[in-house]
Design a protein. Sequence first.
Length: 369
Amino acid sequence: MTFCATCLLGLEGLVANELRHHDIENVRAENGRVLFDGDFSACARANICSRYAERIHILVTEFEATSFEELFSGVSKVDWSKYIDIDEAFPVKGSSINSKLSSIPACQKIIKKAIVENLKKTYDTDWFEETGALHQIQFLIIKDKVSVMIDTSGAGLHKRGYRENANAAPIRETLAAAMVDLARVRKNHVVCDPMCGSGTVVIESALKALNIMPGINRSFVAESFKQSDSEIWEAERERAKSLENRDCTFKAYGYDIDEETLCIAKENAEKAGVADRITFEIRDVSDFESDKEYLTVITNPPYGERLLDVKEAERLYRIMGKCFPKKEHYTYTIISPDDDFEKCFGRVADKRRKLYNGMLKCNVYMYFK
């Protein structure tokens, strides 16, 4: 089968590299997604091991369509009984961008009807109870090109299972993991987030440093597919577990000014299995200091569109610029949507990376020198 790993814009390269690292075949990156080939073992491995992808879909078919007749015909050509059993559920949802077929409800109805008519012929029935395993049909139409997929993840892959509670406007786990990768966190690093909130950045740093796979403690909807053997998922979880490396010196520090938020962060670290690697303390960013010889600072400061107005956010950036010393073996990785960040911070970044936090365009500013 062909699979599609969807991701935030700007993370395609990271997703592709990690899939190749896990010996997944024929990986090719496109805008907002990465395609790869394999069987349900590859599907399980991608779901369990991907730090940066949002979901893993089976890419069932792709074709051009500018009319509902062409949409119906393209979907009808698939042998849907290969994917959906007679009692299984197959709701349809999706989106359309810059295409003639712009009505989402109409496209949903046409695709649903095409699948039903196709399955009627195979199963010789006029009615489907849809009480069995969920096969969420997802369609995407971009410039009249239709992609029809089946979701294998269930809850988005950013939901690792450790963050049931969070502070206001937390960073998505997949984006935090990307920042950790860009900061080049390794097993011997000391990481600090001086505005840690619910702890996502330091937890993702620990998971990366200890090589703990992000999906090791959660379930996936494809495990209930009749075509997917439970032994496959068990074997892939055992493989993922064998990759962990807790014999390392990694340590992290998370600071915040809110005691309740830090309690949430501690709970999340416990659930993620990395609480012994992270120290949380009440501390204002203006009091930031460290006596460590080596330090990797990674942070997602509050900004205008989230929690603070723009002037207050820029005041915070100026404080950070004064408190984050330019020092040998100290690096800083900071995400912000503010184009004036470097001006406020007082230093031009050594490297920038454009990423999207949802629909919000941001830059990751990296200071390595």
